[in-house]
Design a protein around this ligand. Structure first.
Ligand code: NAP
Ligand code: GDD
Length: 347
């Protein structure tokens, strides 16, 4: 029986749920930090939906409240700490840049300071949820650990601070601290305002006869989309290594938003034909002739990243990590989960 204790900040998020499930399956005692929400009482959130509510130890805390973080770390006494909490929406970060920095940048610093102040530098291992957003419009394709960072959003800049701070604690205090530079990863509990989940929910609604077109922003953006279950396994593997390091996790394949739309609608048997261009472009259901997708400039970003695709060679060689879930399977399972939710039996 495993007696290790893990603490996950951001346990109510997509990755927090998948990681908690993985660690519970491995026999960990799992603690999670959550902030109070009036709309998610009684487990009516992703934790409740995934059935994890009763199986993890939940502590109230907030990344903007350093004392609360110290209290949670002191009470949980974790062997492994996964810092997943973040204001994680890139577009929202342009609207709330200071808050994004407080949560993502200073929040990470508060957590690292808590480890130091509680004399846990030698006993605890630390994972920081870093991101491919750091690369911005990179001049290297695909991007790897050595590619120059050119962050292009308040979100990416805040995550850059957190990455550098994590490296600093590793070098200055010998903390076993690793950054996972993760490319986009999705799943059935993905937040509803991220593009993949917007699309899979729209495909599910379309299959149920709701003919309201889905409004999207930049259809040309290319992302390297993997399955979140593979990525949380990679996070865990990083903390099982003798020495800490920073790792890219990615599939090595990239697709446009337009291609994601096509794949999701294909799952419900609908072929999409693209007509027009720019803000006037529409995606038409070839069978009915109805517009299933329209472009709405409100979803454009002040600064966009046109193409992210990662090279996970280091993770493959040192961690033995490689993605197992195909793009097609991931999209199909996301759409199926949204169809099931619409029919009233969530899974
Ligand atoms: P997510 O679904 O947006 O979850 C974010 C989590 O952080 C939620 O549990 C949220 O709580 C919590 N949180 C936000 N502000 C907080 C605060 N002030 N105090 C305490 N908790 C707070 O994100 P995700 O997709 O699971 O991603 C997990 C982490 O990986 C994030 O740090 C993200 O930036 C990073 N990342 C994600 C991807 C990806 O493709 N998914 C790729 C690279 C990096 P509420 O439920 O209360 O909002
Ligand atoms: N959200 C959203 N909504 N994005 C849209 C839309 C839309 O209606 N239409 C087009 N897009 C484009 C965005 O402009 C972006 O280029 C791409 O779809 C992906 O957007 P998101 O799904 O919001 O993800 P992201 O790539 O900006 O950020 C996610 O991945 C990062 C890793 O690269 C988040 O999970 C970040 O937290 C994470 O760090």
């Amino acid at each position: 029986m495993n007696s290790r204790v893990a603490l996950i900040t951001g346990i109510t998020g997509q990755d927090g749920g998948f990681l908690a499930q993985l660690l519970l399956d491995k026999g960990y005692e799992v603690h999670g930090m959550r902030r109070r929400s009036s709309s998610a009482e009684d487990g009516h959130d992703r934790l409740g939906e995934s059935g994890l509510m009763q199986r993890v130890h939940l502590h109230y805390g907030d990344m903007t409240d350093p004392a609360s973080i110290i209290r949670v770390v002191r009470d949980a006494r974790p062997d492994e700490i996964y810092n997943l909490a973040a204001q994680s929406h890139v577009k929202v970060s342009f609207e709330n840049p200071a808050y994004t920095a407080q949560v993502n940048a200073l929040g990470c610093l508060h957590l690292l300071e808590a480890i130091r102040l509680l004399d846990m530098v030698k006993s605890a291992r630390f994972y920081q949820a870093s991101t491919s957003e750091l690369y911005g419009d990179a001049d290297e394709m695909p991007q790897r650990e050595t590619t120059v960072f050119r962050p292009r959003s308040p979100y990416a800049i805040s995550k850059h601070f957190a990455l550098l701070t994590t490296i600093n604690y590793r070098e200055a205090y010998d903390l076993h601290a690793s950054n996972g530079i993760l490319f986009n990863h999705e799943g059935k509990t993905r937040g509803e305002s991220f593009v993949t989940r917007k699309i899979t929910r729209a495909a599910a609604a379309w299959s149920a006869g709701n003919r309201k077109p889905l409004a999207l922003g930049n259809l040309n953006a290319r992302r390297d989309w993997g399955d979140a279950r593979d990525y949380v396994r990679g996070m865990w593997l990083m903390l099982q290594q003798a020495a800490p390091d920073d790792y890219v996790l990615a599939t090595g394949e990239s697709r446009t938003v337009r291609q994601f739309v096509e794949a999701a609608f294909a799952t419900i048997g609908v072929q999409i034909d693209w007509r027009g261009e720019g803000a006037g472009e529409i995606g038409v259901d070839t069978r009915s002739g109805d517009a299933a997708v329209v472009v709405d400039p409100q979803f454009f970003r002040p600064a966009e990243i046109s193409h992210l695709v990662g090279d996970a060679t280091r993770a493959r060689q040192k961690l033995g990590w490689r993605p197992e879930v195909s793009f097609e399977r991931m999209v199909r399972e996301m759409v199926e989960a949204d169809v099931a939710r619409l029919r009233g039996h969530a899974r």
